[in-house]
Ligand binder design. Sequence first.
Ligand code: SAH
Ligand code: SF4
Ligand code: F3S
Length: 438
Amino acid sequence: MQSDGRIRTFHILTFGCQMNLADSSTLAATLTSRGFSRVVTEEEADLLIFNTCSVREKAEERVFGRLGDVVRLKKARPHMKVAVVGCMAQRLGEKLVEKAPQVDFVLGTDRVFELPDVVAEGKGVSPINTAFGHENIDTIEPSRETPFSAFVTISRGCDNYCTYCIVPFVRGREVAHSADVIVESVRKLVADGVVEITLLGQNVNSYHHGEIAFPELMQRLVEETDLARLRFMTSHPKDISKHLLEVMAGSDRIMPHIHLPLQSGSSRVLEAMGRKYTAEHYLGIVGSIREKLPYVSLTTDLMVGFPTETEEEYEQTLQVVKTVQFDSAFMFRYSVRPGTAAAKQVDDVPENIKIERLQKLIELQQAISYDRNQREVGRVVRCLVEGVSRRDAAMMRGRTEGNKIVLFKTGAKEGDIVSVSISSADAYTLHGHIMEEN
Ligand code: SAH
Ligand code: SF4
Ligand code: F3S
């Protein structure tokens, strides 16, 4: 088909965390409401959008790799436009276009939703804009990926400045939505058929708006909406309060899952990372969580090879991981991020040592995840049916209250909450069958 050069269709490639996934679906909704239509392949798109992540060097390299392929796509369809938005756009700005001239628009984290105006030429909006401005975030609509589940961003940005982390630089300072706006968003989504909502923030537990802190916000959502399943992430250990655990224990509609990044098991390394807790303090928090919420799933983020990390300090991480017994973990090698405090230090743990440390940590965690999942065998768990399994079309995929994936034979529809009897498990997935009456 001959193109008249107008931009009508778009496709979004999303990299990075849930916040980016949420932003991508909000962006898709915004573009759709402005008359653009979403297409499933890059080849069909008049506008190809990369919503990007800067958290590790690899995340950025992946985007540059994909941008390389775009040159060929643009040759075949010269009217095609390419937008890079989000964290990498924020970090690199103009430099991104210098490195990848095939890119037409660069919009930072607070400019993402201006893309429709930027595309509609003649509005005088700059194609490269990385100015912050998320003070008026209450105008941003919540997003949903499926008819039955949604993300609601409750705060944006981060004030913690962990020494290794680029997020405060690319997301700006922490700003919270008002509780009234959040409650109203959740009510609307529930009225529209949503049964599970994940509250999102770089640091949800530090949520504060007027008199309302995170536990009060959770309490209001439980009392003032009919939402069936409420989740949240990510939690910083320094902000987990007794009050929050009481609120969680007091409602079976708040899902028993806490993602609590540990990073390192060495108190010396934690201090150098600017994490504001010691390994002992972290273990104390885990003790209080498990006392109040015996069935809680605990997941974490871990990093190896932070500058100056010794073999002994790394062993301490293994030790804390063994002691805590996390349900699962995201594990990373330290990656220098220009401009952060840690970037001033020499990246002195050799790459091969980082790889070895990571490998051994992954093996340890896999064995622990396997053990933790065995504890589910023989139990009947409540699951939200999310869809058909990606690997086996005869199986459905659900999510337990503790955020584990369960596969079971078809017999329920997407969006249902069903009881599943767990018959076996590996390190990543539970297997079971649906119980008769639900
Ligand atoms: N806001 C969340 C997570 C942000 S980034 C939090 O505070 O926990 C997600 C994870 O990426 C971090 O928990 C950390 O483990 C990892 N990460 C961040 N910066 C990194 C870096 N420079 N190198 C390697 N991993 C990093
Ligand atoms: Fe990064 Fe630390 Fe903020 Fe998390 S809390 S986003 S790791 S600076
Ligand atoms: Fe990456 Fe930005 Fe999220 S740097 S982890 S996409 S906040």
